[in-house]
Design a protein around this ligand. Structure first.
Ligand SMILES: C[S@@+](CC[C@H](N)C(=O)[O-])C[C@H]1O[C@@H](n2cnc3c(N)ncnc32)[C@H](O)[C@@H]1O
Length: 266
């Protein structure tokens, strides 16, 4: 059968995915995204984008696999530990000294990142009173895993031993986050490219998702994230990410991979 992986078929596919799943593939780097999707389609033995899209619409399992493949949920607790140490020492120390604090893990994957944050918050305050901890992702499956809060050893290997002892419970060969932390994080679906943003955060953690976006996607992301920060609020990005001309968004780099919203804290 003739293969249909040409540009025009890809455009139709992208439009179908936007209509059917509300995900705008047009705002993700095309070469990378297309390679990922094409290799999946070939592996499943379809002749091109159109045939595959029809199958994905029909078949729940294929749909799940497709959504998994395009969202890339790789994460782990304390990813890049030195950066988390900076965040804790310089940023959380300041934010958590106040009576209330609003924190957001945006693109939280399976929950590893917001639970890391929750551990650091609890270690400092011994409670979550006055702290709002929002965690969002575009992928409902990832959010379901996050709410469940159970992880293989590979995901928790960087958790400092004293935190592991206090906040993780061993269940067979997996590790479960203690209920107190699970209750403290509010998980919700949110598409950073399409949905309205909540405002008024002291800290937003947004790591390892902008790398998949086009320049226009990044522009939208950083403008909105900046608007969602209080003056003096902080943005923590991934360790391969650099915000190009961050002043355009009113953001100033204050530590490696940590930016601060210009303006006096209120
Ligand atoms: C590689 S993971 C990063 C997880 C975590 N932030 C970290 O650094 O370990 C990327 C996450 O971004 C999510 N994602 C992709 N596109 C998104 C979008 N438009 N809005 C919100 N989340 C998105 C994916 O579902 C995935 O969970």
């Amino acid at each position: 059968m003739e293969e249909r992986f040409d540009d025009a078929s890809y455009r139709v596919f992208v439009e179908g995915v936007r209509r059917r799943f509300g995900i705008d593939l047009g705002q993700y780097k095309e070469a990378q995204m297309r390679r990922r999707i094409t290799s999946l389609i070939r592996r499943r033995g379809f002749s091109g984008y159109a045939e595959y899209f029809a199958a994905v619409e029909r078949d729940e399992e294929l749909r799940r696999e497709f959504l998994d493949r395009i969202t890339i949920n790789v994460s782990e607790f304390f990813r890049n530990p030195d950066r988390w140490e900076d965040l804790d020492r310089y940023v959380l120390a300041e934010i958590l000294a106040k009576t209330t604090a609003r924190l957001w893990s945006a693109a939280c994957a399976g929950g590893e990142e917001p639970y890391t944050l929750a551990m650091l918050v609890h270690a400092r305050r011994r409670s979550f009173v006055g702290v709002t901890l929002l965690a969002t992702d575009i992928d409902e499956d990832a959010l379901a895993r996050a709410r469940r809060g159970r992880y293989p050893e590979s995901a928790v290997r960087l958790v400092p031993p004293e935190f592991a002892a206090r906040y993780l419970i061993r269940v067979g060969d997996e590790y479960e986050v203690v209920p107190e932390l699970r209750r403290a994080v509010y998980f919700r679906r949110h598409d950073l490219l399409r949905d309205p943003y909540e405002r008024g955060f002291d800290l937003i953690v947004n790591r390892n998702v902008a790398i998949y976006f086009t320049d226009a996607g990044k522009e939208h992301l950083y403008r909105e994230l900046s608007r969602s920060l209080r003056p003096g609020g902080y943005l923590f990005v991934g360790s391969t990410e650099q915000i190009f001309s961050s002043e355009r968004y009113g953001l100033r780099q204050v530590y490696p991979f940590i930016y601060r919203k210009v303006g006096d804290p209120t």
